[in-house]
Design a protein around this ligand. Structure first.
Ligand SMILES: NC(=O)c1ccc[n+]([C@@H]2O[C@H](COP(=O)([O-])OP(=O)(O)OC[C@H]3O[C@@H](n4cnc5c(N)ncnc54)[C@H](OP(=O)(O)O)[C@@H]3O)[C@@H](O)[C@H]2O)c1
Length: 439
């Protein structure tokens, strides 16, 4: 399988994890645990799994509070473990399960981490939304799992740490995010000939609008993505282009390339999911209908290629495919991502956390659409000023632990550090939105 891998150790592409062991190719049915099974990614994953029922055995499912939906999924797939937000939610869930089926119900952050490291799981899908996905991704990586990674925030917050854990435990990352999955497919075995990674972006519902026009858009308009149906947070991120910023950081960490080798192209039709430009000037693109089942099937069934259930792309009916330069004046998010990556020292954590807080405030009607990035920028500025003396210092220093227990301990300490900075950045945004000083 190494021949299909994007490239390890550089110099041009230094992928975040090793490939799975050769024997993994023959593991069928694959036992899978899903973090965030009730979300948009989780539901699409279960649709792919249902289509290939003989190839999978679901051993764990989870939600935050949507127990009605989780109970339905659990009744259908009968996993031995479920995980939910807390004890009260667990009680509600118990009352909804069919008689004769009594799975273990895990609770809270420890419960999600346990689900992510179930000994019987061959694969873990990390698909919780936002920062909450970090602990599950880290737990799965520490347990040496093959991780189908949808939760991009985990990599933005702790890419260096995830890379180091994968090196130590031989955990594997398969990228679900459609752009990174497209790049993964284009790079197969050719990483050391890659000049540029080109991420495509739909441009969101406000493509072509000026900064002035954006000031008055509503949450309802922002949620209405022209080509994808997704969860609330990622929909708003797509409208501000912060989603693309997070994806620049994701590509930086996944493929081990500098941000100057990651380009962004606006492509409103969302048919070309991303491209790689090779040294000879040729461009390889991955195309399919905008449906997450394609990327999910690629990861869940990897390295075999079978139907995902997504509609086939008929290029004679796709219409014109267009490509545009990003308008960084109206959508300054892309500039923030490059700034965050040049600074390291935790600036990516600040960007991601401040954005989550600002999106929450926008969805609750407390700030305007253009305030989202203004607040993120202010938080990043405040952090840079406070750490002006150590701009290049890595936020997650290389792990030094000798064995697995010490490694867990060290990861736990670094995770706590990320969590503290995350909380502090959110607080800055809430205070700044209230008009207080940003300290
Ligand atoms: N949707 C896409 O097309 C897409 C594409 C690429 C990447 N991604 C990434 O995939 C991840 C999931 O996106 P999504 O669109 O599927 O999100 P979503 O529809 O909002 O679903 C999020 C899932 O996480 C659970 N969850 C929410 N808050 C939680 C918490 N505090 N603790 C534990 N679980 C929690 C939700 O449970 P409840 O249902 O109970 O709330 C749900 O199962 C995100 O990181 C996103 O950026 C999504």
């Amino acid at each position: 399988m190494a021949e299909l891998w994007p490239g390890l150790g550089g110099p041009k592409i230094s992928y975040i994890s090793p490939p799975p062991p050769e024997a993994w190719r023959r593991v069928w049915p694959r036992a899978i645990a899903i973090l965030g099974s009730t979300g948009s990614i989780g539901r699409n994953a279960l649709a792919v799994i249902e289509k290939h029922a003989e190839k999978f055995k679901v051993v764990g499912l989870s939600c935050a509070g949507n127990v009605e939906h989780l109970a339905g999924q659990a009744a259908c797939f009968r996993p031995p473990c479920l995980a939910v937000l807390d004890g009260a939610v667990a009680q509600k869930l118990k009352n909804l399960l069919p008689s004769g089926y009594a799975p273990r119900i895990l609770e809270g952050p420890e419960g999600y981490a346990e689900l992510a490291s179930l000994p019987q799981a061959d694969v873990v899908l990390s698909a919780q939304s936002g920062w909450t996905g970090l602990s599950g991704t880290l737990a799965a990586a520490l347990a040496g799992k093959v991780i189908c990674l949808a939760n991009k925030e985990s990599i933005v917050l702790a890419g260096d740490l995830v890379r180091e854990i994968c090196r130590r435990t031989q955990a594997v990352i398969l990228p679900v995010d459609s752009e990174h999955n497209a790049i993964f497919q284009c790079l197969a075995g050719r990483g050391q000939e890659a000049a540029y990674l080109v991420l495509t972006a739909s441009g969101g519902p406000f493509f072509g609008k000026s900064r002035e026009e954006l000031a008055t858009v509503t949450a309802e308009q922002a949620m209405h993505h022209p080509t994808w149906r997704m969860g609330a947070k990622i929909s708003i991120d797509s409208a501000t282009l912060m989603n693309k910023s997070l994806e620049i950081a994701e590509a930086f960490h996944l493929y081990g390339v500098s941000s100057s080798r990651i380009r962004v192209l606006i492509h409103p039709q969302s048919i070309v999911h991303s491209l790689v430009e090779f040294d000879d000037g040729s461009l390889l693109a991955q195309m399919s209908a905008p449906d997450m089942r394609t990327a999910l099937a690629n990861c869940l069934l990897w390295p075999i290629c079978e139907s995902s259930g997504a509609p086939l792309l008929d290029l004679t009916r796709a219409g014109q495919l267009t490509f545009h330069k990003a308008d960084t004046e109206a959508f300054p998010a892309l500039t923030l991502a490059r700034l965050a990556l040049s600074g390291r020292g935790g600036l990516s954590v600040v960007m991601s956390a401040a954005n989550e807080a600002a999106v929450e405030l926008f969805l609750q009607g407390h700030v305007s659409f253009t305030d989202i990035l203004r607040l993120v920028e202010a938080a990043m500025q405040a952090h840079s000023e406070a750490h002006a003396d150590s701009p290049g210092k890595p936020f997650c220093p290389p792990l030094t632990a000798a064995g697995l227990p010490e490694l867990r301990e060290e990861v736990h300490t670094l995770q706590a550090r990320i969590t503290r900075l995350d909380r502090h950045s959110r607080r800055m945004v809430y205070q700044s939105a209230k008009g207080d000083t940003c300290k």
